[in-house]
Write a protein that binds this ligand. Sequence first.
Ligand code: FAD
Length: 281
Amino acid sequence: MKALAFLARRFVAGETAPEAVAAGARLKARGILATFDLLGEDVLDQAAARRAAEASREILRLVPKDVERNISIKLSSMGQEISRDFCLENAATILDEAKAVGGFVRLDMEGSKTTQSTLDLFRELRKTYDNVGIVLQAYLHRTADDVKEAIARGDRVRLCKGAYQEPASVALQSMDDIRANYVRLAHELLDKGNYPAIATHDESLVQDTLDHTRRAQIPAGRFEFQMLYGLRPKRWDELVAAGYNVRIYVPYGTHWLPYFSRRLRERKENVFFVLRSLLGG
Ligand SMILES: Cc1cc2nc3c(=O)[nH]c(=O)nc-3n(C[C@H](O)[C@H](O)[C@H](O)COP(=O)(O)OP(=O)(O)OC[C@H]3O[C@@H](n4cnc5c(N)ncnc54)[C@H](O)[C@@H]3O)c2cc1C
């Protein structure tokens, strides 16, 4: 387990909030923004969900003023499985804290069984808060409709491909189809959305975003790129040097195994990195 934890350090900033904040400060020194994510999902009892919310409030308080107070949370760790009202109340405590410190909270999107419930909870929270955003996944068949609705409501959307294994009944299966859908949805969000986040390491999609925004004369300040901690760090610097906003998702905490496994499943290069490290390379 110790060896795994060591390898996970490429993708996870540390086990504690101060380690994550230190990573955020290092990014800030390079002109890069951060969103902090306390790892953990599928919490099934109220005490654990309350502890998760308290930890999220703690990091909002810990991040220094000059590093933006921006966090990402998973509603499954806030009590989504326990009850709608409990989850809403618990998430609202984080949004209140974020509001008090001028921060922003992004609701991550999880597996398709929770998509509708996550969107319902998000819309409920949006009635009271404007410092909350959502994630939409380009692999889901439903996302074209969700993008339209988000644009109509002025919601801040992070667009990603989607990281969970989903059946063909709900999600596109081939990478070509997912990319094509990503491009369509990204253009809509870039043209008409509220400060969308283009969250991908896929160079063809990064390049398409650069080309499309140049063609459509969309200023660089109207959107941001987002990438994950540990993935394509040189590209972050290049994009910042070219005048684009880049935000890195900085995960931290002791529950890093499911997150680390998703990163390994996703890309053979990530597995090669781990193998290389094991072989001492
Ligand atoms: C900030 C952020 C937040 C996210 N939040 C969520 C969420 O809430 N819910 C969710 O389901 N998913 C989330 N994801 C994960 C996302 O859905 C994808 O699973 C993940 O990003 C992998 O897809 P990709 O588009 O980045 O590229 P991939 O499909 O992994 O890679 C495609 C291509 O990208 C290029 N590429 C990738 N990495 C490199 C590299 N290191 N060097 C050079 N080229 C490279 C290669 O050309 C590769 O063929 C998030 C991702 C990001 C970046």
